[in-house]
Structure formats: structure tokens, C-alpha cells
Design a protein around this ligand. Structure first.
Ligand code: FNR
Length: 439
């Protein structure tokens, strides 16, 4: 099944606020309330009910005591929107220019790995939902489907590919080649995960999806990675600690075997006997990230791709300046939703300073803590070019698959549209600091 992108994306979002609102109230007359809650806290609670304890912990959790997760939200409390009546806002334009094209709305979807934890259709459902609203979607390096499968789910939809810079340059180059060949518009290099953050909830559950073969589809379908796996399989095994066989080990073994199909071309039965799926997980854990990465290394990406390069995980104004010096085509302000550093600075707190340094030279993508259309209005007014939704769409996916993602995005757009109008403005272009009051 593939979705059809709207023929006229701008028309598809025109008047979205009133349309979504009246759709909900009309359905209410026949006793139907939204399956995907509109309220952010209720959305999260519904996703918690719809998913396993491990899946929910992985998605909702942050680093340490989750002070950064809270700080990202608290930063929004320091700004208020000025309501301005009597300005004829009957027609509103949500479009923005991003990466050389006019986009019908200022939202994008952040890269989220391992979405099979939320729903079996995972990234394919997300891609279709994004396509239906012409929202650019950043496909994760840790996706549950390959970038080619994701393209096939929504062929003409705007996509970016997010790279985790692995310790194998051949693999990095191969992933970027595939991204280009599969029609991605840009490469997003995530810089903040050169070490995996100290994720308390996952640690207490002793749960990391990758060691079960989840979220490594970009790797198992990659020819360079497959070669690394074969080479490793040919080497004598090192003294690994013996694994105690429990029902959980067996379940993990089956999960790993199932995910090994792209490597072996075989079915589950054969994969259970083949060492390759297990070696693939070990190879992944070896190459996943490289704490030795420096600014100088980044230059290599230019040789690997002609696509625009956006650097994700920028929170210091000096790093934003350095990124521009290094020739980055865009800056993605993010602290990974508080999943990497506890007690980190909140992204909204540094957005104005970074926007000042960037001074319109490259686009700014903003994320971490955006939970509503009103939040997006604040980030846009403070200098973001586009705003990325993260966890909320994962929650929608967990509750209702593709429809759930679409509902979450629609609700955010509807509130954005209505808030813009109530602030007395008719376009995103008109949104600036004057629309806000600092608290
Ligand atoms: C992420 N994020 C992320 N970022 C990235 O560059 N590559 C990835 O694979 C992932 N995977 C991922 C999985 C899950 C479950 C979450 C919650 C987040 C970070 C993501 O792109 C974004 O920066 C944050 O989600 C923003 O924070 P909020 O708004 O979701 O809290």
C-alpha cells in the first residue's frame, strides 16, 4: 500500500484549524470522541496503555533524572503569545521556505528510531502519514525499515535521511549514497549521540532494542555492512561471556533471527541456525558511533554526497557558528529530547541566541519539547525556520498506526493555524518576536 501525496499540498492545509476542530465536534454529536487524544498528557497516557512497558520506556524516557526533558518543557513557559483581535485573519498562509522549496507548513517529523516498538507498520506508517500532509520526514538511521522500503511506502513525499556517523567511513558513504539514490532531499547528521546517553528507564529494565536486532534495518540492508558482518563471522569468536539460556534469551534469539532476513535471504528457520543475524547485532554495536569524531571529519561528508547537509544536535551558539564555517546547509537545534545529557540546557532557551548568530544564513530546524501548535508558534517567532515533532507522533503511532500519526500532526497544524490567527497574523512569515511576551 502506498499513500498519495496531496495534489495541491497548500490547499490541503488551508483552513486546517477550523476543519479539524469542526470535524471533532461533529463526530461528538454521534457520541464519538477522538481515539487519539488531543491533549498532550492524555496522548502520552494513551500511548502508555497501548504499548509494552519496554517500548513506552524507550520512547518516553530521557537521560538521568530527566531534568532535561522537564527543562525543555519549562522553557516554553517563559514565553507567552500576545492575542491581537480585529485584524482580518480570515485567510492564513502556513507556508515557509525550507531547503530551497516552498513547504505548505512549518512542521517536519524528527527522526525517531525503532518505531516497530510502537506499531508493526513503524516507519512505513509514519512516511504515509507525513506524505498525506506534505510534511518532510527525516528517516532515522535506526529505522525499523530500510530507506528504500520507506520510499516505496510514499514515493513522492519529501524525505531527509538522518545519519549516525559510524566508525566505518565506508558504511557512512554507502548510507549516504543510498539516501541520494532513494530520493532524499537532504542529509541530517546527528552529532549528539557519539556516546549513548545514560537512559535510566532503559537501564532499569535492562532493555536496549538494538541488541535484539530491532532498529538496525538500515544496516542489515546495506552492502557495506553486510560485508563487515561476513568478515566478522569469518573471524574466530573472541571469549564472549557465556549467555545463560532463559525464556527471555530464546525470545531475543528469535527476534534477532527474524531481523537477519536481509542478510541471509533466508526464512526464520534457517536464520535461527545461521550465525549471521547474531554477528550483525555485534557488528552494529561495534560500529554504531564514534566518540572520536571531530569537526575535521565532517568534511568527508561533502565527498560522499551532493545533498544539503544539516547538522543536528547543536545547542551552543559557537557550534552553530562553527557549523556555518564548516559549510553546513542547515542547523538543527536539538538536545535529542533530553535523552542524551541530563541537566542539559533547554533548546528553546538558546534558540534566540543561535538565531541571532545564524542571522538567516542557513535554515534552523528546532526540536525538543514541542508538544502543540502553540509551542510551534513560539519557536517560529523566536527564529526557527521549521519545527520538528518527535515523541508526540510516536505516541500517535502507538495508539492508531498511520491514522494516529496523521491525527497528531493534524492537531498540531490546526492549533498552529488557529493560534496564528488569534495572534492577529495571517502568515508564518509575519511571525516574529513581536508576537511574544517574555515572562
Ligand atoms: C529520538 N531521536 C533521534 N534522533 C536522531 O537523530 N536519530 C534517531 O534515530 C533518534 N531516535 C529517537 C528515538 C526516540 C524514541 C526518541 C524519543 C527520540 C531524537 C529526535 O529526533 C528528537 O530530537 C527528539 O525526539 C525531540 O524531543 P521531543 O520533542 O520528542 O521531546
Amino acid at each position: 500500500m502506498s499513500s498519495v501525496a496531496p495534489e495541491d499540498p497548500a490547499a490541503a492545509v488551508r483552513g486546517i484549524g477550523r476543519r479539524v476542530q469542526s470535524g471533532v465536534y461533529r463526530a461528538g454529536i454521534s457520541g464519538r470522541a477522538p481515539v487519539v487524544p488531543v491533549d498532550a498528557a492524555a496522548l502520552e497516557a494513551a500511548a502508555r496503555r497501548a504499548t509494552s512497558a519496554e517500548a513506552f520506556a524507550y520512547v518516553a524516557g530521557g537521560a538521568g533524572a530527566e531534568h532535561t526533558v522537564a527543562a525543555n518543557r519549562a522553557a516554553f513557559d517563559r514565553w507567552q503569545v500576545w492575542p491581537r483581535p480585529l485584524r482580518d485573519v480570515s485567510s492564513r498562509d502556513l507556508s515557509v521556505s525550507f531547503l530551497g522549496r516552498t513547504r505548505p507548513t512549518p512542521l517536519v517529523l524528527a527522526p525517531l528510531g525503532v518505531m516497530e516498538l510502537m506499531h508493526r507498520d513503524a516507519d512505513l506508517a509514519v512516511a504515509r502519514a507525513a506524505a498525506s500532509l506534505a510534511i518532510p520526514y527525516a528517516v532515522s538511521n535506526q529505522a525499523s525499515a530500510s530507506m528504500e522500503q520507506i520510499r516505496d511506502a510514499a514515493p513522492d513525499a519529501p524525505r531527509m535521511f538522518q545519519l549516525y556517523w559510524s566508525s566505518s567511513d565506508d558504511l557512512n558513504a554507502s548510507l549516504l549514497r543510498r539516501a541520494e539514490a532513494s530520493g532524499c532531499e537532504a542529509i541530517v547528521v546527528t552529532l549528539d549521540t557519539h556516546l549513548l546517553g545514560w537512559r535510566t528507564r532503559d537501564l532499569d529494565l535492562a532493555y536496549l532494542p538494538f541488541v535484539r536486532g530491532l532498529g538496525i534495518a538500515q544496516y542489515t540492508t546495506d552492502p557495506v555492512f553486510q560485508q563487515l558482518v561476513r568478515e566478522r563471522a569469518g573471524r574466530p569468536a573472541t571469549d564472549a561471556e557465556p549467555v545463560r539460556i532463559t525464556p527471555q534469551t530464546i525470545a531475543a534469539g528469535i527476534s534477532i533471527a527474524r531481523k537477519g532476513a536481509p542478510l541471509t535471504g533466508a526464512g526464520l528457520r534457517d536464520n535461527l541456525r545461521s550465525p549471521l543475524p547474531r554477528v550483525a547485532v555485534e557488528t552494529f554495536l561495534d560500529v554504531f558511533s564514534t566518540p572520536a569524531l571531530t569537526w575535521d571529519d565532517l568534511a568527508k561528508a561533502r565527498e560522499w554526497t551532493t545533498l544539503p547537509i544539516i547538522l543536528k544536535g547543536i545547542v551552543h551558539p559557537d557550534d552553530a557558528a562553527r557549523a556555518m564555517d564548516a559549510g553546513a546547509d542547515g542547523i538543527w537545534i536539538s538536545n535529542h529530547g533530553g535523552r542524551q545529557v541530563d541537566r542539559s540546557v533547554a533548546t528553546l532557551d538558546v534558540l534566540p541566541e543561535i538565531a541571532e548568530r545564524v542571522a538567516g544564513r542557513v535554515p534552523i530546524v528546532f526540536d525538543s519539547g514541542v508538544r502543540s501548535g502553540a509551542d510551534a508558534v513560539i519557536a517560529l517567532a523566536l527564529g526557527a525556520t521549521v519545527v520538528a515533532l518527535g515523541r508526540p507522533y510516536a505516541y500517535g503511532l502507538g495508539i492508531a498506526g498511520e491514522r494516529g500519526v496523521a491525527a497528531v500532526v493534524q492537531n498540531a497544524l490546526a492549533e498552529l493555524d488557529i493560534t496564528l490567527g488569534l495572534a492577529g497574523l495571517t502568515s508564518i512569515a509575519a511571525l516574529d518576536r513581536g508576537a511574544l511576551r517574555a515572562v
